[in-house]
Write a protein that binds this ligand. Structure first.
Ligand code: CP
Ligand code: NVA
Length: 308
């Protein structure tokens, strides 16, 4: 069977643990190598990853490109606007054509149904580089970062502030797979998808929705937020106003555990979801988190290719 990585549950607990261990080992092993130099074992030599972007990206684009180079493979970057996909060729037909020419496909798109369709018709692995519903690659990097800071994931408490969006959905899924608790503090009308919470709790995950930010942060090991307006959403003053009580400030951080870590997938909107004193402060792990996109995705690629 083809190993698609559309969501974290496609891999499951054991494979995610193996990927995180591999990411840690590869990161340590190449600490003194130039970033463009391959890992000595070049496990993906001869393989090409095509990346389709229907939305902007800095981290996902650069980290997958460098990941393939470090693993000994190559990449093709396809801007949806300049391919036939942008002129109405179907996702299914695109999947069938690309599968004849490349070894794997990463896609960043709006509607999650498109990536499901891509996986259905592709005969090579398909990787989710963000949809409106989820962002599993990001949470692989977040988990690697938390392991670096705390030693383990199990038993930690992650508190989310702001919009109930794609990134939160993948955190909730991750918590239920890897044994950490998720508390989400979102304003009314901006809760995460109840189906995502339902799936997580059915799996034994601990997920709580709390309206009050101060209550939500109590006892948190991880404080995490994201933009209030995701790509493809309208910039609405009413939404920004509703989000304001969930801004991550030094006062909010003070309510978490003393050594709590701050995470943000980036790009940040400083002065909106987080203030400078927190994102640039001593508890912030955002640059390690961004770097870990590279290391974590190398392990995702290796898993997709059956090397893990
Ligand atoms: N965090 C993240 O996915 O960043 P990009 O949008 O820059 O890829
Ligand atoms: N929630 C954000 C994440 C960006 C990496 C978005 O979808 O735009």
């Amino acid at each position: 069977t083809i190993r698609h990585f559309l969501d974290l549950s496609d891999a499951g607990t054991a494979a995610i643990a193996a990927m995180l261990a591999d990411a840690k080992a590869r990161k340590a092993a190449r600490a003194t190598l130039p970033k463009g130099a391959p890992d000595p074992d070049r496990p993906l030599e001869g393989r090409t990853l095509a990346m389709i972007f229907e939305k902007n990206s800095t981290r996902t684009r650069v980290s997958f490109d460098m990941a393939m180079r470090q693993l000994g493979g190559t990449t093709l970057i396809l801007d949806a606007g300049t391919t036939q996909l942008g002129r109405g060729e179907t996702v299914a037909d695109t999947a069938r054509v690309l599968s004849r020419m490349v070894d794997a496909i990463m896609i960043r798109t709006d509607d999650h149904a498109k990536i499901v369709e891509m996986a259905r018709y592709a005969t090579v692995p398909v990787i989710n580089g963000l949809t409106d519903a989820s962002h599993p690659c990001q949470i692989m990097a977040d988990m690697q970062t938390v392991i670096e800071r705390r030693g383990s994931l199990a038993g930690s408490k992650w508190a989310w502030f702001g919009d109930g969006n794609n990134v939160l959905h993948s955190i909730i899924e991750a918590g239920s797979l890897m044994g950490f608790e998720v508390v989400a503090a979102c304003p009314e009308g901006y809760d995460p998808d109840p189906d995502v919470i339902g799936t997580a709790t059915n799996r034994g995950g601990k997920v709580t929705l709390i309206r009050d930010a101060a209550e939500a942060v109590a006892g948190a090991d991880i404080v995490v937020t994201d933009t209030w307006i995701s790509m493809g959403q309208k910039h609405a003053e009413a939404k920004l106003a509703a989000m304001m009580p969930y801004q991550v400030t030094t006062g909010l951080m003070a309510g978490a555990k003393p050594n709590a870590t701050f995470l943000h997938c980036l790009p940040a909107h400083r002065g909106e979801e987080v203030v400078d004193a927190v994102i640039d402060g001593p508890q912030s792990a955002i640059w390690d988190e961004a770097e870990n996109r590279l290391h974590a995705q190398k392990s995702v690629l290796l898993w997709c290719f059956g090397e893990l």
